[in-house]
Design a protein around this ligand. Sequence first.
Ligand SMILES: [Zn+2]
Length: 248
Amino acid sequence: MDLLPTLFLYVVFALYGLATGSLAGALSYRLPRRQPVILDRSRCPVCGTTLNAIDLIPVFTWLFTKGHCRHCQAKVSARYPLIELAVTALFLLALALAPNLWAAAALAYLGAGLVVLIVSDLEMRILPDPIQAGLALLALLWTGVTGANWLDMALGGALGLAIGLLLRGGYFRLKGRHGLGMGDVKFLGVAGLWLGLEGLPGFWLASGVLGICFGLAWRLAGRGQAFPFGPSLAAALLLMLFLSLATR
Ligand SMILES: [Zn+2]
């Protein structure tokens, strides 16, 4: 591709990434707390002022106000600019690795959805259903635009879900309590749709290794025995997709 059109595409993806990251920040806060998502405009949680466009420019507003509300000077959490930057980085990585523009868009929005799931699971131990449903639909787009096999996708999703249910049931029979939440089980199905049958063994291995490392870090940080598994699952899915694209 020529330099200028390529550069233009990267700028467009960066801007979409910042805007989507801003949405991801709001969703990761509101969805697990069951707050209205669409009709409610953003307000400062301290002074209640309705925020307008100038208060909501991704990353830049936070930098210019040094992390404070423009109206009451209350501190604004660094979670918002960090989420916006993470989503933007994933948008650019998706554009760099995907085989075509539609695939890049599907992969970019998968990345944004996974960021919402990770933040929501870390804070509230919830993997919100609307995001999981969105990522399952996005897997259809991904399969269509990458020329992947539809049967492989469906079987991957079914096997992922079945293994998730088996793990959940098995753990419950052994220990008498649940170790794997239904959100995790559903996500195993979503990951199966994205990766297909062939990708599943590598994904299980990667999520196991990441889960053990994350669990150890969680305990060392003194955050208790039970740790959220969603972040490891989400990271493993992204890792497997990026690896398979990078080694194409
Ligand atoms: Zn305020």
